[in-house]
Design a protein around this ligand. Structure first.
Ligand code: NDP
Length: 317
């Protein structure tokens, strides 16, 4: 990574604007670390694509993901966080000063870096998903559900996200198929009950989507139904929207040259801390958490990262 003229030095650089990034910013700003936070592509992170959040303490009536992240942002800004749009595109953690490139052109040199880049929705890997991207294929029901009002749609997956998206879509659409690869849901009991009680959701147990078809946009999906090994049956459903809800991949690619990750790409932190294997580089939120992945745990780890940075900078003075 070359350092060009377009370079700036900061004490504490935070990459990411989900609950982890903003909470780290609140703590770092209040500790006079003058944090600079780059938001990434999706300001506010994954929660801005969810519907109602009912399990974040402090919101007894529930809150929309957008409203909550706006509260986080305002609180981080109130204490002086310098919040900027931009995506980290490369890093060089080989020297004592950590270098991060933003949008391929701006070079930041930081005394400490907090990685809070979260995770991105996964796709099945079908050619048809690419072909119909933006034309019926989506990984965000809250963003795109509106376009499929009164139509039939499908949600792939059986976790909490799939259950949440299916019930949300059921309130807009004529019919919602849930395409579930096993004979049970992974979603919590409360979410399962919500799905079961929604009359216009039909669960297609032990089905896998293998293709999509349609002239201009999606008009249907081809599924394989398991009938007991090795028997399989191909079925077609008529749908206009195909929503993926099969989990997420951590956004750690640019850091892997320097920072240790597990086989799934989650950044490894030293137990009970936010420290990575690289001194001065810390990780918080979903990027380092394959287990809990909750907004409140992400926020908690953002707090840990800011405190770890504060101590690190004090010790390395
Ligand atoms: P999960 O990993 O929990 O679930 C993924 C689902 O997709 C599973 O049913 C899985 O099937 C299925 N799946 C994965 N890969 C494929 C594939 N290739 N083909 C077909 N199906 C596939 O992810 P979620 O995004 O649902 O949830 C992530 C975390 O966030 C969880 O901890 C969840 O509890 C939490 N969450 C909480 C919410 C809330 O509290 N309001 C809302 C949303 C998420 P299988 O079960 O067979 O592996």
């Amino acid at each position: 990574m070359e350092t060009k003229g377009n370079s700036e030095h900061v004490r504490c650089l935070i990459i990411g604007s989900g609950p982890a990034g903003y909470t780290a910013a609140i703590y770092a700003a209040r500790a006079n670390l003058n944090p600079v936070l780059y938001t990434g592509l999706q300001m506010g992170g994954q929660l801005t694509t969810t519907t109602e959040i009912e399990n974040f303490p402090g919101y007894p009536e529930g809150v929309s993901g957008n409203d909550m992240m706006e509260d986080f942002r305002r609180q981080a800004e109130r204490f002086g966080t310098d919040i900027r749009f931009g995506i980290a595109t490369d890093v060089d953690f080989s020297g004592k000063v950590r270098k991060v490139v933003i949008d391929g052109e701006k070079h930041i040199e930081a005394d400490a870096v907090i990685i809070a880049t979260g995770a991105t929705a996964r796709y099945l890997g079908l050619e048809a998903e690419k072909k119909y991207a933006g034309q019926g294929v989506s990984a965000c029901a809250t963003c795109d559900g509106f376009f499929y009002r009164n139509r039939d749609v499908a949600v792939v997956g059986g976790g909490d996200t799939a259950a949440e998206e299916a019930t949300y879509l059921a309130s807009l659409c004529n019919k919602v198929y849930m395409i579930v690869r096993r004979d049970e849901l992974r979603a919590s009991k409360a979410m399962q009950e919500r799905v079961m009680k929604t009359p216009n959701i039909e669960i297609l147990w032990e089905h896998q989507a293998i293709d999509l078809f349609g002239e201009k946009g999606v008009e249907g999906a081809v599924l394989v139904k398991k009938k007991g090994t090795p028997l399989e049956e191909t079925v077609k459903i008529d749908i206009h929207g195909f929503f993926l809800a099969i989990g997420h991949t951590p956004n750690s690619d640019i850091f892997k040259k320097y920072v240790d990750t597990d086989e799934a790409g989650y950044i490894k932190t030293i137990a009970g801390t936010s420290k990575t294997n690289v001194q001065g580089v810390f990780a918080a939120g979903d990027i380092q958490d394959p287990r809990y992945r909750q907004a409140v745990t992400a926020a908690g780890s953002g707090c840990m990262a800011a405190i770890d940075v504060e101590r690190y900078l004090a010790e390395s003075r």
